[in-house]
Design a protein around this ligand. Sequence first.
Ligand SMILES: [Fe+2]
Ligand SMILES: [Fe+2]
Length: 261
Amino acid sequence: MKLLFIGDIVGQPGRRAVKELLPGLREAHALDFVIANGENSAGGSGITPKTAGEIFSAGVDVITSGDHLWDQKEVMELLASEKRFLRPLNYPPGVPGHGGGVFEIQNLKLKIAVLNAQGRTFMPPLENPFLLAAEEVKRLRAQARIIFVDFHAEATSEKIAFGRFLDGQVSAVVGTHTHVQTADEQIFPGGTAYLSDAGFTGPHESVLGREIEPVVKRFLTTMPQRFEVAKDRVRLHGAVIEIDNASGRAVKIQRVSEALP
Ligand SMILES: [Fe+2]
Ligand SMILES: [Fe+2]
């Protein structure tokens, strides 16, 4: 099977890129399943049922998230009732939502598990993602051979260590959060596809998707600024991963960086 993972969708330009570019990508790569990180999909900060609905209608099967999860209060509705929406696994017990889920790939009658976890280096102090992911992977493996992991983290060392830790246990570990696509895609010896960061989907004439000037001003003055979502040079970033259905091992990983005309 082939899946596309889409890096952090930023605001309206990011949602438009997914809507307009996904049909062509589906065709070109013969995609069976699409996963996207939606933590910045609502005005650049957080996600709402409305923006999630737009992303699902564009053809995304599962939405993952990260540290911007809580920026819009309406996210509580998604956490309570939307099974196709995941939050980082490593929150303490009792926090609403799920970090992992098993889904059906309709055209193949095949199950795929998706797991979302968050790093702790230069990030809010969540529970240990290594310990919790190991447990969750064990639970998911009982239900699906194919497991995709979105590891939302800042430090490349933590991301690579996490990918190596899960090598042979999952089909792919792809990083998100930095919004900068890395060029280190590879398949580890155990059969796990890996990419440190998928990049972001949205306006690239920007600082990580935001207007350039206020961000520069913030660094110059240290004064708080409003960071509006930028507009120009919209691109969809992500990776296509081919996985062997029977073994769950990755066969190929290819980065995607597609311009919105
Ligand atoms: Fe993000
Ligand atoms: Fe993030």
